[in-house]
Design a protein around this ligand. Structure first.
Ligand SMILES: Nc1ncnc2c1ncn2[C@@H]1O[C@H](COP(=O)(O)OP(=O)(O)O)[C@@H](O)[C@H]1O
Ligand SMILES: Cc1ncc(COP(=O)(O)O)c(C=O)c1O
Length: 278
């Protein structure tokens, strides 16, 4: 059984963060491990504003020791890190255990809040994580921040940002246009250091997309664990997340989550329909 570790924050509302990652790993049939870096809570009396409480470096290290008590991980995926010390610590473990399959989701800007939740993570991500990344998965805003280009408005801007982030050390980069890019499609730009490929999917007119970014990176990590090429892992992840967004669920009056079970459910529905037609 392939083993995948997520080092990320807890989303108490259950749609993003470590919860999204573990649900996604399960859907892909890989075994999920976790090390929490931070806990995010939301205030319903204050516009659903997000508060991030970091977990100490000592506590993160105890979790990493637990995780690595057995065989090494096939893939590590990172998400919200809480602070730069946690980034440096996770990076040391990646280095020590010589993990090459590393998916870095540089969580700096999140949906559901206008706040830039993790501004202090930027330097740590650049210094420690990007050089270790098999692939980095910034959204439009994060790609603008990491590349230093600021607002990205079109595919050409996304390509420039991907190239700069690649030069910073990430072997592959996928810049997610998603709902942020002014377009009638959901467009993401993939770059492997040689070629750019634009991944295109339908853009769903919905606000039920909380957790899309975490789920996308987790699905890439799971795909790589199952032996897909990095590009094919991205293509499958895009289809997985699109199904989740299309079948998003309203969990309370404040936020709508993607549904992590949608992709495999759709496959089962298709098999059932085929069997009925036989
Ligand atoms: N409304 C949408 N319809 C279809 N795909 C979407 C939509 N919003 C985001 N996506 C896709 O979901 C994935 C995650 O992107 P995004 O939501 O931008 O990440 P983040 O949560 O980090 O901001 C990308 O492949 C993106 O293109
Ligand atoms: C712990 C955690 N990680 C990551 C995110 C980013 O979520 P998304 O995938 O919707 O961008 C959030 C959003 O609330 C979060 O709580």
């Amino acid at each position: 059984m392939e083993k995948v570790l997520t080092i990320a924050g807890s989303d108490s509302s259950g749609g993003a963060g470590i919860q999204a990652d573990l649900k996604t790993f399960e859907e892909y049939g890989v075994f999920g491990f976790s090390s929490l870096t931070s806990i995010v809570t939301m205030d319903p009396d204050n516009g659903w504003s997000h508060e991030v409480t970091s977990i100490s470096e000592e506590m993160l290290e105890k979790q990493l020791i637990s995780v690595f008590a057995g065989d090494p991980m096939d893939v590590i995926k990172t998400g919200m890190m809480g602070n730069e010390k946690n980034i440096a610590l996770a990076s040391r473990y990646i280095d020590f255990y010589q993990i090459k399959n590393v998916v870095i989701d540089p969580v700096i800007a999140c949906k559901g809040t206008a706040q830039i939740l993790q501004p202090k993570s930027v330097e740590g991500i650049k210094k420690y994580f990007l050089p270790q990344a098999l692939i980095a998965t910034p959204n439009l805003e994060e790609a603008g921040i990491l590349s230093g280009l600021g607002d990205l408005e079109n595919i050409e801007d996304m390509k420039k940002a991907a190239s700069i982030i690649h030069q910073m050390g990430a072997k592959n980069v996928i810049v997610k246009g998603g709902h942020r890019l002014a377009s009638d499609k959901a467009l993401d730009v993939f770059y492997d250091g040689k070629n750019y490929q634009v991944l295109e999917g339908p853009l769903f007119a919905t606000d039920f997309n909380h957790g899309a970014g975490c789920t996308f990176a987790a699905a890439i990590a799971a795909g790589i664990a199952k032996g897909y090429s990095v590009f094919n892992a991205c293509k499958t992840a895009k289809a997985f997340v699109a199904a989740g967004i299309e079948h998003g669920v309203s969990i309370n009056p404040y936020v709508g989550h993607i549904w992590h079970g949608a992709y495999n459910e759709a496959e089962k529905r298709m098999v059932a329909a085929d069997e009925n037609n036989d």
